[in-house]
Design a protein around this ligand. Structure first.
Ligand code: CO
Length: 134
């Protein structure tokens, strides 16, 4: 059911320093910072040949990323995103198998303008999983 790895999201405290690390130390192509107030984050996309890394900096104290960074002071992998062909069919199949879909269970528009859902980390090996409509 799941397809390509769309991105790995890394929570960071200092977006400018983290962007410089990926650009200058690791030699990656990076985007400009993209504020996403509806998700409480500012994002930089790191473009790799086969996938993307998203650097997420919290926007505001009640950002979910701010809470993550309270527990992970150095930052860390926040979620991984898999593509699915049909997000509603994927959701229904997962729910039927007992997986927990976060929030209302209705897809929201994610960072790339496509519908996304998040799955409970306790149901997926301790990793927050995002599904994105391919
Ligand atoms: Co994501």
């Amino acid at each position: 059911m799941i397809g390509r790895l769309n991105h790995v999201a890394i929570a960071v405290k200092d977006l400018a320093a983290s962007t410089a690390l990926y650009r200058d130390t690791l030699g990656a192509r990076v985007s400009q910072p993209l504020p996403q107030p509806e998700h409480g984050v500012t994002v930089v996309f790191v473009e790799l040949p086969n996938t993307k890394i998203e650097l997420l900096e919290p926007m505001g104290a009640d950002s979910p990323i701010a809470r993550f960074l309270e527990r992970n002071a150095d930052g860390g992998i926040h979620h991984i995103c898999y593509e699915v062909d049909d997000i509603l069919a994927a959701r229904d199949r997962l729910k039927a198998q007992g997986a927990r879909v976060l929030g209302s269970g209705e897809p929201r528009i994610g960072a790339h303008g496509k519908p996304v859902l998040f799955l409970h980390p306790k149901d997926f090996c301790g990793t927050l999983v995002e599904l994105e409509q391919a």
